[in-house]
Ligand binder design. Structure first.
Ligand SMILES: [Zn+2]
Length: 138
């Protein structure tokens, strides 16, 4: 019988976005926390099921102004990224069926951000550089 090597047999899906355990934004390898891309009880479960989760340095994850839990532009950018990866594996229709929303259809522009709010959408700007596809509207 096959046994899972991780977590004493508890089944954990692998991230479909990252292969290495490093911060998605900074590539740091310590003080990491795992973030489930889609929130709310049901969607968090589905994020786990489909591997829609990423490693983030603690500050990028929560408690700072620019963290994904506080900054809605960053949060949207990550959801767009999650949708892109999901659709590469399972297609568009299944994404809509599972998550009930088309994040790729929501316009966002993290570049034109007012100077007094530069901390906001900082994570989104990093993601846009790394994954230009999140800036395209379907
Ligand atoms: Zn989180």
């Amino acid at each position: 019988m096959l046994k899972s090597k991780e977590n004493g047999g508890e089944k954990m899906a692998k991230s479909i976005i990252q292969t290495n355990k490093e911060c998605l934004i900074s590539t740091a390898t310590c003080n990491l926390q795992q973030h489930h891309i889609f929130n709310g009880v049901a969607y968090r479960k589905k994020s786990e099921k489909y591997g829609l989760k990423v490693w983030l340095l603690d500050g990028w994850h929560q408690n700072t102004k620019y963290s994904v839990h506080k900054d809605k532009v960053f949060r949207l950018a990550l959801k767009k990224l999650g949708q892109i990866f999901f659709e590469e594996h399972y297609g568009h229709d299944k994404f809509i069926k599972e998550f009930n929303k088309d994040y790729l259809a929501i316009p966002f522009n993290p570049i034109n951000c007012p100077v007094d709010r530069l901390e906001q959408s900082l994570g989104a700007r990093f993601l846009l550089l790394k994954y230009p596809k999140i800036g395209e509207i379907k």
